[in-house]
Design a protein around this ligand. Sequence first.
Ligand SMILES: NC(=O)c1ccc[n+]([C@@H]2O[C@H](COP(=O)([O-])OP(=O)(O)OC[C@H]3O[C@@H](n4cnc5c(N)ncnc54)[C@H](OP(=O)(O)O)[C@@H]3O)[C@@H](O)[C@H]2O)c1
Length: 281
Amino acid sequence: MKTILITGATSGLGFEAAKQLSKQQHEIIVLCRSKENGERTISELAAASGNKKFHVYTANLSSQKSIEQASKQIKNDFGKIDVLLNNAGGVFSDFQLSEDGIEMTMANNHFNYFWTTYYLFDLLKNEGGRIVNVASDSHYRAKKMDVETFYKNKSHFVLTAYERSKLANVLFTYSLAEKAKQYNITVNALHPGFVYTPIGGKTENKFYAAVWNAFSKAFALTVEKGASSHVYLAGSQEVKDTTASYFHNCKAKTSSCISYDKDVQENLWRESERVSGLKFL
Ligand SMILES: NC(=O)c1ccc[n+]([C@@H]2O[C@H](COP(=O)([O-])OP(=O)(O)OC[C@H]3O[C@@H](n4cnc5c(N)ncnc54)[C@H](OP(=O)(O)O)[C@@H]3O)[C@@H](O)[C@H]2O)c1
């Protein structure tokens, strides 16, 4: 049985993945925004799975300091984890800067994964360590990684910002997979499909939120289907040696052309290190 840390498990795909993985009797660490929400989540997970191995830690995942503090506590309590499932993400219709001065979509969706992975990386250095990054097929529409948009409002548009952050997830996955080979840690990304969750309904713009809610309710997949690749990549023996791949419906597929560009991957990596004041691999 594996110890699996899941971010964003209080809602949507993360909750469903945690439920299915806890039914397989894995030990689940929930890293979420508030203790209260985390406790509610694990009691629902326990009731659904019969599993009792749950732990809750809290962090604002758009904040480097908050992730660092939570990671310290997790490292105090755990000698190792087997799987880090970077799943938490969001959609931001208005341009706003995070407490680290980074455009919120990029802070919440890319730097979140970068920092969580950096601060917990030592715990994954064991037989069969896995990192799974939840990306999206919306990354295909991002044609470049303009670093200036990380800090400046260059005609911010909700979908463009989201697509860019999801391209960052795929670029980060491929860079990290290469660098983590020396530790036998695998790193893969996934697209869950278009799934009925509250994600788009949480954005500030009420019109976008209403459109998302109506459209996704009518046309999107259920979370049970959407979380299948989460569960497969986190738990299946079939993918124990698979790395640097992009999955949808539990099958590897080709990601966008730009996502394979080594220069773009390396630029994003160096910029992420620079802004964070970290040297990561
Ligand atoms: N739904 C889709 O169609 C779809 C398609 C492609 C990819 N995805 C990706 O799937 C992942 C999960 O999304 P979802 O659709 O399941 O959305 P969701 O139901 O809104 O779940 C997102 C989760 O992330 C957490 N989260 C977000 N920002 C956080 C922060 N700063 N600190 C702590 N927790 C934070 C949320 O907690 P709170 O509730 O406390 O905010 C929630 O638990 C995301 O990476 C998303 O980009 C979704």
